[in-house]
Ligand binder design. Structure first.
Ligand SMILES: [Cu+2]
Length: 225
């Protein structure tokens, strides 16, 4: 049986699934800590409550070396284990693909996103009235993020990864994406129309992607561009 945090997205990229399984480990360890702690508190309350006629103080003592070592050691071990697992997951998520199937330059601006595709001249610009809808191929996709004005944040919830788009700096995230349609938003308050900069990324086959790259911009196709 696979135990997962059912209400959280499971991730539609291999990096997202890495993060999702890390969440699950954290959740189950936290649940275990809660049950043990709450259980011991409940047991102590019931076991040691004053009974009628129990008017004397019980034996008073301080220091119990075994107990103190135990409650120091268990959290230390948990922190070290979670730290190591997180470091491994972070490494995997930040790893750059040596030969991505597509490189997409993404520029956030007030208020929308510009997607340009390396070497093809393809460009899609979203606006608050018409958010960007772009295609990527299934497989390794490299997003190179930057901003034209203030700090924006490129967030596709299904990818389980969020990265800032910072003016004057390129930030790269590589994902190995499954086929599907994924909605994204700006996750950094960047001005009045911050909420009006959603975008959609559709991951399709390499052939369909290549075909889309060749298509002229919509306005030109209709002859009114
Ligand atoms: Cu923004």
């Amino acid at each position: 049986m696979v135990l997962t945090t059912s209400c959280a997205p499971q991730g539609s990229t291999s990096q997202g699934r890495e993060i999702s399984s890390l969440y699950d480990i954290f959740l189950w360890i936290a649940a275990g800590v809660f049950l043990v702690t709450a259980g011991l508190i409940a047991w102590s309350i019931i076991r040691y409550r004053a009974k009628p006629g129990d008017d004397d103080l019980p034996e008073q003592f301080h220091q119990n070396l075994k107990l103190e070592v135990t409650w120091f050691a268990i959290p230390q071990i948990l922190v070290v284990v979670l730290f190591v697992l997180s470091a491994f997951a972070l490494n995997e998520v930040n790893e750059e693909s040596p030969e991505p199937d597509a490189v997409v330059d993404v520029t956030g601006f007030q208020w929308g996103w510009r997607f340009t595709y390396d070497g093809s001249g393809k460009e899609v610009v979203g606006t608050p009235q018409e958010p960007a809808k772009v295609l990527v191929p299934v497989g390794n996709v490299s997003f190179v993020l930057t901003s034209a004005d203030v700090v924006h944040s490129f967030y596709v919830p299904d990818f389980l990864i969020k990265r800032d788009a910072v003016p004057g700096r390129d930030t790269r995230i590589d994902v190995n994406v499954d086929a599907g349609v994924y909605d994204g938003v700006c996750a950094e308050f960047c001005g009045l129309l911050h909420a009006r900069m959603p975008f959609t990324i559709e991951a399709v086959s390499q052939e369909a992607f290549q075909q889309w790259l060749q298509e002229p911009p919509e306005g030109v196709a209709r002859g009114d561009g």
